[in-house]
Design a protein around this ligand. Sequence first.
Ligand code: SF4
Ligand code: SF4
Length: 350
Amino acid sequence: MKFITIDKNDWTKGIDKSRETYQLFGPVKDKNGCLIKELDTDVLPDMETQESVMSAKSVLFPQSETILTTSLNEAVEDHHIMKRAKNDYTPRAVLGIRPYDAKAIQLVKMNFDTDDFRDPYWCDAYEATTFVGLAITKPGPFDFSTSVDCGPFCEDGLDILLADLDDKFLAKVLTPKGESLAAACGFNAIADDKESQALFDILKKEAEKNIVACVETDKLKEKVLLDLHEAPFWDDVAFSCINCGTCTYVCPTCWCFDIQDEAKLKESSRFRNWDTCMSPLFTRHATGHNPRGVKVQRVRQRFMHKLKYFLDKYDKGIMCVGCGRCVKSCPVNIDIREVCHTMNTYEKKD
Ligand code: SF4
Ligand code: SF4
């Protein structure tokens, strides 16, 4: 670990230099808000906007991704044999990722990279990616990240953490990947470790003071799973939900997907596309049977997965980093903080 300072006058030049080695992604503002996109050669990441509408999960897990391809042309030797698609896993860097989104990637990793199973598409993209975080100094009103073991200066999953000091960035280089990116940018002005860490600590405290929203999760682990599953409050929670799926698409820790095949002339491809547990189609079997055919079952699934199943399975906290996007985006104001409180304090009546 080391600290470096980056004069903002050198920022553009350094970023441009890194493009020789890295494909760059970062927050970009357009008419739909701030989104994480691949940066064209003349585009710099937006380091001013504190919140982005979407997280960086699409950098590793695109909304639609070709995973297998085959030829249907019988004249081709290995026709009809599905082969892994030739996707691009050359080095890439996400600049200005928010710390809670980097932490979310570590939670998603528990699903895609396990002892039993390694998702090659996600893992190869993960290994190719360097994450440069921008500490949040003015958290929004929906941010409750400090109460879920995260926060505006959280370092989990980051290779570099930047703090904006007006005329310069102070960069905490956390990993060898971070060092390689800093070197590729030509950022090498070493700062004093002790002074820099003290400044980070002050800024962190200031930022955390501005987070007023919180959730209580302390009793979730001890709750009996079936008691929560059968609890009577789910009808109330689900009543206004329109199953639009927005909460899951904006969530950096949601990973549901669907697989589809498509054939064009003599070429066939298999895709995986983001899907949502809030959609009735997601669990409908080929027979027509649907184990979650009723809205309340789907809403319950989303919250039980995030706040109970994940916690019970991994014992690493809940599957939420407190970014608040689902609260802000839900058209009917369903609030995970309230649901979490209801679950955390629920007592079954005999
Ligand atoms: S965003 Fe709100 S209404 Fe839409 S699926 Fe999620 S909880 Fe339901
Ligand atoms: S559940 Fe909501 S608050 Fe938690 S990480 Fe997902 S979008 Fe953010």
